[in-house]
Design a protein around this ligand. Sequence first.
Ligand code: GYE
Length: 330
Amino acid sequence: MRRFLRIALTLLGLIFVSACGAGTDTSGDLSGEELTVIGMCQVGAESDWRVANSESMKAVFTEENGYRLLFDDARQKQENQITAIRKFIQQQVDYIVLMPISESGWDSVLQEAKEAGIPVVLVDRMVDVEDESLYAAHIGSNFWEEGMRAAAWMEQVFPEGDPVRIIHIQGTAGSTAQLGRTAALEEAVNSHENWELLARLDGDFTQAKTYEVMTDYLSALPEKGDIDVVYCENDNIAFGALQALEEQGYTCGRNGVNIITFDATRGALAECLNGKISLAVECNPLLGPLAAEVIQAMEAGRVPEKHHYVEEQVFAAEDLTEAVLESRKY
Ligand code: GYE
């Protein structure tokens, strides 16, 4: 309906503009577009999960499916995401899909989108805003629950009372994935007297950063450390940690340092199958179809449910099979 009005207004505008003899529109205004225009603000390409997530979005929001997708890669910077949202508002897109890098700092720009009448769909992470009406829906994972699954596995494999010495490597500070997975580990450590947090490092969800901080940490130890678990907040952190640990002479796996990871992308499942990663907790990046469903519901005039969570499972090295790895889509 809104699009129909926009088309009519744009046509009127065009008649007016050509009557005045000036035919060029430099505003980038897409309000007359017949396809549903989606302005997408992606975090970046920091991880395998993120790349799979972007691909899933691009695969559903195609012209054949009736969409024009304007995809913005913020290169891991919130200010770039905010600039992209403002540009999409100016262009009068039909919907904004936002993967917010962190939870805070969204009130004003989302208010601007609301005032422009553009619904915002959050994908993956959440925003921390006073007014829930600033976003139409959220689609993603329950990161705290993912962390609790990892803690439950630790409880099951480490004999009660034995020391469990843990290194915790966090993802991007202030992101929902970091906050949830960290909160779960903190709760678990606090409720087990024999679990000890040796160090907390910042891996920013990337392999390169983690390799660097983990190498620094391990090489500063006076002697080889007794490490039972490295709790990695995503697969790329796990890859960086594994690389650093092996280089410093540690054995990873059920009889050495147990790497726990989140995402369970193909690369991590392969390391799990070969025994170097002990546990991979799934976080599903293939959120494109669900995002399209929510947008279709709004197009049909329905109010979508506010929160949509996806089903996820865990893969332990001991029961992972080649067949599961083969069938992995991301
Ligand atoms: O775990 C990580 C990515 O927010 C779920 O961000 C996402 C996380 C994912 O970079 O790999």
